[in-house]
Design a protein around this ligand. Structure first.
Ligand code: UFG
Length: 332
């Protein structure tokens, strides 16, 4: 693949910053557009940075006119399920309306290759496990609804404008780049692994297990955790496919292996060597009992091979990052 100019929308966020690093390492020119509402400037590994909203037509016109952009990768979405239930219009405005503006600008400037961060939340309550891409999409919250609405919009843009896209439905993104230089940082942290590791660093006193009466062997929810660098490698394969004239497609990204919340806590204790006190709490609304992906389709079609299939290794990479973050916050 020759060097291309890639626009990464949301490149200062958790997954976006890992993507920027891997694109730069692969020799591409990267332009990041991020409004820093949830992203962090210091997490951006390099390339050109433009601060702004993905729905801002003037900025988009300027970007597409001044750079010869081959493809766009879009990570700039709000992604907290509970918040989407409390404030759905915030999600429709950013995840759907602003994405419509981005797609309009792309069509206007004849940029027709797009890689989209979608989610397991598009499926809703699973009818069968593992979940394949053919599983019906009945999202149970506004976050998932905005993502499936964008997927439908992408499908229609392909039919009408010959716009080519790959939509990647992530299961539980976790871990950090092996270099230890970037990782997961959310101002409002709701995710299990970072919260558990913040107990291990001493930043939090305990972890609440949100529901112990699920129909699973130990009563806690089961999730399929996938390393962030395996996600970004899948994006590179998707990019290669689109740049070589490949067709639009939708792929799941997970490890086809589920771990319960209690298993995650036990593994985190093993990796960190720390005591991690647990509280048992009520269920969080909208959490399905079990989500496990089938990722056979992307393995067969694009040759994706995850490097970090073992959750212990995934947690080890996150632990390196979280210790560093804790040390930095102690100094400031
Ligand atoms: N959990 C706890 N305690 C906590 C936080 C989480 O027990 O303090 C549990 C949750 O109930 C869930 C599991 O840990 O069972 C994982 O929770 P996360 O918040 O880490 O991840 P989710 O599975 O809720 O969400 C992820 C993505 C969403 C996406 C969803 C798809 O973060 O963006 O998968 O199902 F929508």
């Amino acid at each position: 693949m020759k060097n291309e100019s890639i626009l990464v929308v949301g490149g200062a966020g958790y997954i976006g910053s890992h993507m920027v690093k891997d694109l730069l390492d692969a020799g591409h020119d990267v332009i990041t557009l991020d409004d820093l509402s949830t992203g962090h400037r210091d997490l951006l590994p390099g390339g050109t940075f433009v601060e702004g909203d993905l729905g801002d037509k003037e900025i988009l016109n300027r970007l597409f006119s001044s750079h010869n952009i081959s493809a766009v990768m879009h990570f700039a979405a709000f992604s907290i399920v509970g918040e989407s239930v409390e404030n759905p219009l915030k999600y429709y405005r950013n995840n759907l309306a602003a994405t419509t503006a981005l797609l309009s600008a792309m069509i206007q400037h004849r940029v027709k290759r797009f890689i989209f961060s979608s989610t397991a939340a598009v499926y809703g309550e699973p009818m069968e496990i593992p979940i394949t891409e053919n599983h019906p999409c009945n999202p149970t919250n506004p976050y998932g609804a905005t993502k499936i609405a964008v997927e439908r919009m992408l499908y229609d843009c392909d039919s009408s404008y010959g716009f080519k896209y790959i939509s990647l439905r992530y299961f539980n993104a976790s871990g950090a780049d092996e270099s230890g230089t970037i990782g997961e940082r959310h101002t409002q942290e709701t995710h299990l692994i970072p919260l558990v590791l913040k107990v291990a660093t001493g930043e939090r006193e305990n972890i609440s297990i949100l529901g112990t009466d699920y129909p699973t062997p130990d009563g806690t929810c089961i999730r399929d955790y996938i390393h962030v660098s395996d996600l970004t490698q899948a994006h590179l394969l998707a990019l290669k496919s689109l740049l070589s004239g490949g067709e639009s497609a939708v792929y799941n990204l997970g490890n086809n292996h589920g771990y319960s919340v209690r298993e995650v806590v036990e593994l985190a204790k093993k990796v960190t060597g720390k005591n991690i006190p647990v509280l048992e709490a009520d269920r969080r609304p909208g959490d399905p009992a079990k989500l496990i992906a089938s990722s056979e389709k992307i393995k067969t079609s694009l040759g994706w091979k995850p490097k970090y299939e073992n959750l212990e290794t995934i947690i080890e990479t996150a632990w390196v990052w979280h210790q560093k973050e804790a040390a930095n916050s102690n100094m400031s």
